[in-house]
Structure formats: structure tokens, C-alpha cells
Design a protein around this ligand. Structure first.
Ligand SMILES: C[S@@+](CC[C@H](N)C(=O)[O-])C[C@H]1O[C@@H](n2cnc3c(N)ncnc32)[C@H](O)[C@@H]1O
Length: 281
């Protein structure tokens, strides 16, 4: 299968298998204007953009949600500890920059399963005592929750902000991502929060969805877009925070969360991302 999802005949198989794999971390880096990406990543991103022209805006919409929600947890909910799973390649205004600007005592553990993310994070974060990086896979919660670096940085007897933005859509239904998220929440005390965003193709034509999903067949992770009811299930048993002034507590589109002007924030990019913040009672 090639990066565009079309099947090659036998003569093309060798050429197809020689195509370097795209990495979902590097594609995201490219969409955010970063330079830590390869030709395969850029090629794949451009192919998806041909199907969904708002892709870059979608990435920025997600990043904006992540930053607004992290800042809200530190500034409004008094959270000082953060577990950021699927953290991505280090970028400007990363979680620790955002929350330590509110309270320099905030502590952050980043977790990602990508080799390149691990390499860069270890290099860039080595001098910062209140920030750690753990190379781990969110599909193995026991390993992450018991990791000595996680335990050294975070006090699980106190509330923790669990950030899982634009990552759970890389976990297949067969692996029960709802149970996985629940496993992390079970380890947190009441007063902790879940910040989660998830890609959706709810507003796209089925043929577009099929073609976009096929592009990921050459990626290190496959993508599983989900519906609003599917995303609501991640927040079962949590108290959802109203996403903006005057809104009811609900899963919403990414751009709307924390929006000063929800009408301006409501665009096609935002409508391809569900997002919410929930408090563990
Ligand atoms: C689209 S980026 C999102 C980065 C950041 N959370 C954000 O919202 O800006 C997804 C990240 O999740 C990571 N990832 C994907 N599957 C993962 C898994 N099973 N365990 C840990 N990290 C994963 C990827 O390597 C990538 O860095």
C-alpha cells in the first residue's frame, strides 16, 4: 500500500515498501510550521490537505485548545501537576511553559511513544527539574503509572491534570480506549481533571473519510476518528466544565473551548475536533 492508500501491483511493491514511513508526531510538527519532519511526512500531510484543506488550521485549533485548557487548569482550578500523554515533539509554548507562566512551581511529566520525540525531549528538557519526559506507550497504563520518573515528579495523593490531546484517536476501538482512559483516571484522586481532544470526520463525506484514513496506512500509528457520543464516553462519571461563558457543560468543538467569541471560533477546522475538560468528583 502506498502513502496515498492505493494498492500497487507486484512491480510496484518494492518501490512502495521503500517509501519511508510517516510519523504522526512529525506530520503534526509540519502542520504547526516546525522543521522536525521528513519528505514522507510532508508528502502525507499535503495529501491529507488535498482532501481536508483546513488541516493546518485543525492542528492549530487543537494546539490552542491544549494550551487554553492547560492554562485554565493552572489558573482557575489550582492544578500544579500535569501528566501530558502523547505530548508531541517539543514546540513553542509547551505545557510547562504555559502552566509555569501561571505558577512556576507547576510540575509536568511528558509521555510519548515516538523515538524522535523521546530523543529531542531528553535533550531539551534535561536541565529543568520540574519537567520530565518518559518514553512510554499510553496503551500500557500500568507501565506509565508505575514509572519511577512519573512517581518522582508527581504526587498521586494530590490532584493531577491529565492531558490527552489529539492522541486517543491513534488507539483502535478494539483496544478499548475508554477503558484505557478510565485506567488512568482511576489512579487519580478526586479534584483531578481530564483534558481530551479527538479528531472527528463527522462533517465529512464517507469517501473523503476513507481516503484520508487510508493515507495513515504508511504511518507509525493508524487514525480512528470518532463521533461525539464516542467522545462523551471518555468523560463518563466526570463533571464536564462549561467550555465558554454561557455554554452548557458538554463536549464541544475544539475552537469553542475557552473561546472569547464562540461565533468567530466556530469554523470547519474546529468542527473536525471534539474537546472537553472534565473534573473527577
Ligand atoms: C498529533 S500529536 C499531539 C501532540 C499534543 N498532544 C497536542 O495536542 O498538541 C500526537 C502525539 O501522540 C503520540 N502518540 C501516538 N500514539 C501514542 C501512544 N500509543 N502512546 C504515546 N504517545 C502516542 C505521537 O507520537 C504524537 O507525538
Amino acid at each position: 500500500m502506498s502513502v496515498d492508500g492505493t494498492r500497487h501491483d507486484d512491480g510496484d511493491t518494492a518501490a512502495a515498501s521503500a517509501v519511508p514511513r510517516m510519523s504522526v508526531a512529525r506530520v503534526y510538527d509540519y502542520l504547526l510550521g516546525g522543521t522536525d519532519n521528513s519528505a514522507a511526512d510532508r508528502f502525507a500531510a499535503e495529501q491529507i490537505k488535498a482532501l481536508f484543506p483546513e488541516l493546518e488550521d485543525w492542528a492549530w485549533c487543537n494546539r490552542g485548545f491544549h494550551q487554553r485548557a492547560a492554562r485554565w487548569l493552572a489558573a482557575e482550578a489550582g492544578i500544579t501537576q500535569f501528566l501530558d500523554i502523547g505530548s508531541g515533539l517539543p514546540t513553542q509554548n509547551n505545557t510547562h511553559d504555559v502552566v509555569q507562566a501561571v505558577d512556576p512551581a507547576c510540575r509536568v511529566v511528558y509521555v510519548d511513544n515516538d523515538e524522535q520525540v523521546a530523543e529531542q525531549a531528553h535533550r531539551l528538557l534535561s536541565d529543568t527539574g520540574r519537567v520530565s519526559f518518559v518514553h512510554g506507550d499510553l496503551r500500557k497504563p500500568d507501565g506509565i503509572l508505575a514509572n519511577p520518573d512519573v512517581r518522582a515528579q508527581l504526587d498521586f495523593a494530590q490532584p493531577i491534570g491529565l492531558l490527552m490531546t489529539a492522541v486517543i484517536h491513534f488507539v483502535a476501538d478494539e483496544l478499548d480506549p475508554w477503558k484505557l482512559v478510565g485506567r488512568y483516571l482511576d489512579a487519580l484522586v478526586p479534584g483531578s481533571y481530564l483534558v481530551l481532544s479527538q479528531g472527528t470526520y463527522d462533517k465529512q463525506a464517507p469517501a473523503t473519510v476513507e481516503r484520508a484514513t487510508a493515507i495513515y496506512q504508511n504511518a507509525n500509528e493508524q487514525v480512528y476518528p470518532r463521533s461525539k457520543p464516542d467522545v462523551e464516553r471518555f468523560f463518563a462519571g466526570l463533571q464536564i466544565v462549561p467550555p465558554y461563558d454561557g455554554a452548557k457543560p458538554d463536549v464541544t468543538f475544539g475552537g469553542l473551548w475557552g473561546a472569547e467569541d464562540p461565533e468567530v471560533a466556530d469554523d470547519d477546522a474546529s468542527r473536525a475536533l471534539y474537546a472537553a475538560v472534565g473534573r473527577k468528583p
